[in-house]
Every structure is written in C-alpha cells, then in structure tokens.
Design a binder for this molecule. Sequence first.
Ligand code: ADP
Ligand code: ADP
Length: 229
Amino acid sequence: MAYIDVKNEFKKYQMGDTEIVANNNISFQVDEGSLAVILGPSGAGKSTVLNILGGMDSPTSGKILVDGTDIAQFNDHQLTQYRRDDVGFIFQFYNLIPNLSTKENVELATSIVKDGLDPVNVLNEVGLSARLDNFPSQLSGGEQQRVAIARALAKNPKLLLCDEPTGALDYTTGKQVLQLLSDASRTFHKTVIIITHNSEIAKIADRIIHINDAKVRSVIDNAKPTPVS
Ligand code: ADP
Ligand code: ADP
C-alpha cells in the first residue's frame, strides 16, 4: 500500500509580477517501508516537494496523502504535531545542536515525542556507542550524519525525509550513510525518501522519481536496488 500518495500537487510563488511554478502537477506514490529517491538537477523543485511532504510548507493545490490522510488540509497545529511525531528529518549539514553531546542531541528529540526509542540503543545501532559524550565539533562528518540519523530514528517515525544526506561527505563515508538509510527501510520498515541531484544514489532506491523543470518526468521501479557495498 502506498504510504505516500501525492496527487496533482502544484506550488506557485508570486515574485512581484512574475509567477514561479516550483511544482507543476506533481503526482507519485511511495510504498510503505520502501526507499524512494527523488532525482533532479538544482532548481528542479525537489526541496519544494520535500518541504511539503514534511509539513514545512503547504501546496498551492493538490492532495498530499500520508497514510491516507491529506496533510494539505492540516491547520498549523496539526502540521506541528505531524512534523514532531510522524517525520524524521535528515539534512545535508546535519543540523545538530553544537553545545549538546551526541547523546543529548538524540535525547532532546525523544523528549518531545510520545513513543520515542531509547537514545543509547539507537546510537549503538548506528555504531556510535563510543561517541556518546562527544560534541558535534569532535566528530567527523560521517559521524555527525550518523548522530542525525539516530536522532531521526529515535523519534520512531514511519517516514524519514532526507535532503542530500551525503552531499557534504566523501564517497566512502557517504556509502555508509546510504547503507544506514537502506537498513532503516529494509530492517525497520521505515518509508524513506531521499532527494538528490546524484544519479549514483538513485541505485539504492526501490523507486526513482525524476523531477525536472517542476514536473515529474519519469517514475522507474528498480527491481534490484543495488546494495551499497
Ligand atoms: P531544487 O530543490 O530541486 O533545487 P527547489 O524546490 O528549491 O528546487 O526550487 C524550485 C524552484 O522554485 C526554483 O526556481 C526556485 O527558485 C523556486 N523557489 C523555491 N522556493 C522559493 C520561494 N520561497 N520563493 C520563490 N521561489 C522559490
Ligand atoms: P573526516 O576524515 O571525516 O574529516 P576527521 O579527520 O575529522 O574525520 O576525524 C577522524 C576521527 O577523529 C573521527 O573518528 C573523529 O571522531 C575523531 N576526532 C576528530 N576531532 C576530534 C576531537 N577534537 N576530539 C575527539 N575526537 C576527534
């Protein structure tokens, strides 16, 4: 069953006299527990889609069904709850809090949700048991991204939204991060959506959604997602 079902979504911005159509009749589905990559060049409209899926922005029109509920109809209070309880976010530049330790960064996230997981257990799962008391500045880029993934997973959401998660990492470290995201979908049955301009990353996806010039150009199912190795 589709966990995400975007139907005829438009997002328009008014810039003076000019109308910018950032998303032009976007439709796609992502199955529960699968990994999708939204692939396209800079300016294609990917971040706009991700912001709308994450409840950070509302579409101009269209339906955004998440587990059957149209979040485009949510009021601000419902959107705040949705962002907090139902979505884990992973960003290119990690967005950790610099004066909190690894453990505290994850604890902060779990302290505000109902069904959070044990921070130390999740940090063990991402291989950071030796880094619990380090601050972000003491960690490598790959380690910081693993803290961010632990933070997202520890909230125990069904959906993980990832914005260029390997964009600031070298190739080998990036592969490790992709492996964790792939594990999150396959082992923990999370629905994972990654936006990227890098077609190499699309190889790990169950479904590749190409966006260019504000439109979906193709949706391709990948029968054999290449394991990250
Ligand atoms: P991508 O993530 O693929 O690089 P974006 O979704 O960020 O693309 O942007 C798609 C288009 O929408 C671009 O032309 C961008 O300039 C425009 N856009 C994005 N956000 C805004 C905004 N807040 N105001 C005006 N135009 C915007
Ligand atoms: P990268 O190759 O990803 O840039 P670094 O060279 O920054 O990695 O770090 C290599 C290792 O040293 C990492 O495991 C990191 O956690 C550790 N490290 C770096 N700086 C510090 C520090 N100030 N205190 C403790 N450990 C550190």
